[in-house]
Design a protein around this ligand. Structure first.
Ligand SMILES: [Zn+2]
Length: 114
């Protein structure tokens, strides 16, 4: 499971910060990833609940910001966030589109600590 490795590196970052900043507990973590990345929120939460045990992040609340899929149309130049199907330009219906967002890997964007 890909999520286990990602959570492990997240926890490594948290421990590094704790060593530098001297906090003793993490209250919440805000994470982001792209909608089209192959990550699953439930898997991440599950991996976190197991792997954070005994670390400073144990019991922390996870908050997710899921980045939308975005395309740019190569015909009319329009950029748009796409909810459902993302294989077609919403303006000119061209299928000549390129994906510009939504595949971002897991990132830590905020951490609230005590
Ligand atoms: Zn277009």
């Amino acid at each position: 499971m890909h999520e286990l490795a990602l959570i492990q590196s997240l926890l490594d970052i948290v421990e590094d910060c704790a060593a530098t900043d001297g906090f003793c507990r993490v209250n919440s973590l805000k994470l982001s990833f792209g909608r089209l990345s192959c990550l699953d929120r439930q898997c991440l939460e599950f991996a976190f609940s197991i792997q954070s045990a005994g670390t400073k992040a144990e019991g922390a609340i996870l908050d997710f910001e899921i980045l939308p899929a975005r395309i740019r149309c190569l015909d009319c130049g329009r950029e748009a966030a796409m909810d459902g199907a993302w294989d077609r330009c919403p303006s000119c219906r061209s299928q000549d589109v390129t994906l510009t967002g939504g595949t971002e890997e897991l990132r830590l964007i905020e951490m609230e600590v005590d």
